[in-house]
Write a protein that binds this ligand. Structure first.
Ligand SMILES: NC(=O)c1ccc[n+]([C@@H]2O[C@H](COP(=O)([O-])OP(=O)(O)OC[C@H]3O[C@@H](n4cnc5c(N)ncnc54)[C@H](O)[C@@H]3O)[C@@H](O)[C@H]2O)c1
Length: 381
């Protein structure tokens, strides 16, 4: 994302892959690539340049000469990254954290205070109109919404009393973001801002919310193909999807607890579209030599007229980060547009970007895309 924004701003690349570069969005006051200032929190040592070099070297995913051309932007962005927290993120993520100054705390309140103060300082130092906090951290194990997070009244009281709270790191970041009046996009399946208390708070602070879990590859295909089976009244009996890839996301998802979060968001879309539950299998395996390349092989067994059994198979070979990065940029631009329009809270028209769209039950990619198109037309009018 950092390389892409810098390369776009310098005119080194065309915007292929960006949904917001479609003619539909022409004339809307979307921020330009050069308007963005990247900062963030990290738990590992290293810089954007080092990570990008790792991608270029291990996966051959983009022209390494762009890294030299964008050297200054990458260095400036890395200098704005602060140390984050692994509180409540589970052991697989804690193992990644090799910075010595990780934000720690026995309770949630001081951790949230630190993150909020970092966000406020970032906005002030860079004189930003709007901060969009984008959760692109490793996937956490599943967590339920604790009863105390049902209302902002209860949650704020528990924080003020420094009560111990069972919240994962993604939610600590989200609370800090919304409290600081930032918008929040959850590109991961982690709990994040999925707390009723934060829906309430966002209405007060004007934060725009969107999530969760970016729909970039195999699940995108599922939500494109399942409407076809439904529309032709073909009965899907089973849908099996095997995924193999080799990047750091795959390392974390190799832990069964973390994998459970991803399998849940990948698995529910087909039955959501068909209206019944075929037998499904979703596997996600770490194959280190594949680097950032992800192969998904899906086998769909379906029944047609006179009970005839047929099948469809597809193989998707995508470069994980380069599918995700433009969508993350799109989301930041669209969330900013919503903010300019005075909107706050969950944005239904962004459902097409997510495997598990918050606040809506619709998984059909075409219906979701129509909502985005209608929104763009309305915004233009
Ligand atoms: N195609 C895609 O890449 C795609 C699609 C959908 C969802 N996602 C989700 O996006 C997230 C990022 O994926 P990725 O491939 O970029 O993974 P990655 O491992 O390359 O990057 C995640 C980064 O987050 C950091 N991190 C982990 N926990 C943190 C914390 N608590 N605070 C601060 N930093 C933390 C890690 O050190 C790492 O640098 C994952 O949750 C993934 O499931 C990715």
């Amino acid at each position: 994302m950092a390389v892409g924004l810098a390369a776009l701003a310098r005119g080194l690349i065309d915007p292929v892959g960006l949904v917001t570069a479609r003619p539909l969005f022409e004339g809307l006051p979307l921020p330009a690539p050069s308007d963005f200032v990247i900062g963030g929190h990290e738990i590992r040592l290293g810089s954007f340049r080092e990570s990008a070099e790792e991608f270029a070297r291990a996966s051959g995913v983009f022209d390494p000469s762009w890294l030299d051309a964008c050297r200054d932007e990458l260095a400036a962005a890395s200098a704005r990254v602060r140390t984050g927290t692994v509180c409540g993120a589970g052991p697989a993520i804690a193992r990644l954290g090799n910075r010595s100054d990780l934000i720690e705390g026995d309770s949630a309140a001081p951790v949230i205070d630190r993150i909020e103060s970092d966000l406020r300082q970032f906005a002030e130092a860079e004189r930003l109109d709007h901060v969009v906090v984008l959760n692109v951290a490793s996937t956490e194990p599943p967590s339920a919404v604790p009863p105390v997070a049902e209302t902002w009244d209860d949650l704020s009281r528990a924080l003020a009393a420094d009560q111990p709270l069972a919240l994962p790191a993604s939610s600590l970041y989200a609370i800090a973001a919304v409290r600081a009046g930032c918008s929040h996009v959850n590109f991961t399946p982690s709990l994040g801002a999925t707390l009723p208390a934060l829906d309430e708070l966002a209405a007060q602070t004007g934060s725009v919310l969107a999530g969760k879990d970016g729909k970039t590859g195999e699940t995108l295909m599922k939500t494109v193909l399942a409407p076809m089976f439904a529309g032709r009244n073909l009965e899907v009996m089973s849908w099996v999807g095997h995924n193999i890839f080799g990047n750091r996301d795959a390392v974390v998802l190799d832990d069964p607890a973390n994998k459970a979060s991803k399998v849940t968001t990948k698995d529910r879309v087909v039955s959501g579209i068909l209206g019944y539950k075929p037998s499904t299998i979703v596997t996600i395996e770490h194959v280190p030599d594949m680097g950032d390349w992800k192969t998904a092989w899906d086998h769909i067994h379906f029944r047609g007229f006179l009970g005839c059994k047929m099948s469809l198979q597809f193989t998707w070979q995508g470069c994980d980060s380069l599918l995700a990065a433009p969508l993350a940029i799109d989301l930041a631009r669209l969330v900013d547009l919503a903010r300019q329009r005075g909107e706050s809270g969950l944005q239904k028209h962004l459902a097409c970007f997510f495997k598990s769209p918050e606040g809506v039950d619709e998984h059909d990619f075409f219906r979701q895309s129509r909502w985005l198109e209608e929104y763009a037309q309305k915004a233009r009018a």
